[in-house]
Design a protein around this ligand. Structure first.
Ligand SMILES: [Zn+2]
Length: 306
């Protein structure tokens, strides 16, 4: 990996507290957020689609979201009809399905019609992905891949987006670093206001923790000032945020181990109410997925000796 540049002038970030689903919010002049109206248990206030660029230089669209025709139309308008690439952080149904319709809109509007414009980028879904999470990009965006475009202000260094493969929440998960701006687009790996679900086999707890460590290193070296998640608000103080998440996972793992020791002949469903006693029961079906991920990790590392 080539050295990551330090950020020298942290620019402020504008992130109003209220959610806006019908028009984009300019977090910075060249970084827009348009939130899909798909609020829910798993999606918080909705999926954040991010647009980076300007209508003159074109936009990279990160996580176009679910197949919501209104949202696709609004993304298209927000991009001023100029899309350079569509990047999906991972293949889940609230992130990637809008990529093809958005691309189709762009291609049909460009004259002469282009079959290569606005490519869909990302990592293909792994064999472990669920039925609703299959994803095949036009171009693979592997770890370390870079996208460049002239800076929209016409003076600053070009915008550069760097792909970081961060498996854990999904095997094909990417985080994206906007170098020079000190912004990390974290997809679902790091969320604001909730803990991401690790759903095996595509999700993997050890991979998740390793990716967190890697992100901490990148944030430190690249001078990241804000994490921009796919669900929720921008988060300042990336390093304490990541450390808090790490601690949370390891505390949960300790609870799993103590539940296992208390009832060595038990199964996941016996341990679930003990391990997640602090979580409302209506969330237990989701928590159960993360519990399975903890159990896999505990077994792989040989942490439990009955
Ligand atoms: Zn996801």
């Amino acid at each position: 990996m080539t050295p990551l540049p330090f950020m020298t002038t942290p620019a402020p970030l504008f992130d109003p507290p209220e959610w806006q689903h019908l028009q984009p919010v300019a977090l910075r002049p060249h970084v827009l957020r348009l939130t899909c109206p798909n609020a829910g248990l798993m999606t918080g206030p909705g999926t954040n689609s991010y647009l980076i660029g300007s209508s003159a230089s074109g936009f990279w669209v990160i996580d176009p979201g679910p197949a919501d025709a209104g949202h696709v139309q609004r993304l298209w308008q927000a991009a001023g009809g100029h899309i350079r690439a569509i990047v999906c952080t991972h293949s889940h149904p609230d992130h990637a399905p809008a990529a093809r319709p958005l691309q189709a809109l762009y291609r049909s509007a460009t004259a002469p019609a282009s079959l290569t414009a606005a490519p869909i980028l990302g990592l293909p879904s792994a064999a472990t992905a669920r039925e609703n999470s299959h994803f095949y990009p036009d171009q693979v965006m592997a770890d370390g891949a870079l996208l460049d475009m002239p800076h929209p202000d016409g003076q600053s260094a070009p915008l550069r987006l760097r792909a970081l493969h961060t498996p854990g929440h999904a095997a094909n998960h990417l985080c994206l670093l906007l170098e020079g701006d000190g912004l990390l687009f974290s997809g679902d790996h790091i969320l604001d206001g909730s803990t991401t679900v690790i759903d095996p086999p595509d999700g993997n707890m050890s991979d998740y923790l390793e990716s967190l460590d890697r992100l901490a290193e990148v944030c430190h070296h690249a001078g990241v000032t804000h994490i921009l998640p796919a669900h929720g608000h921008a988060m300042a103080q990336p390093l304490p945020t990541i450390e808090r998440l790490r601690r949370h996972r390891l505390q949960r793992e300790a609870r799993v181990l103590s539940a296992m020791r208390a009832l060595p002949s038990g199964q996941a469903d016996d341990w679930l109410p003990v391990v997640y006693a602090d979580v409302p029961p209506h969330l237990w079906p989701v928590a159960r997925r993360s519990l399975l991920a903890h159990l896999q990790r505990i077994e792989a590392l040989g942490l439990f000796k009955p």
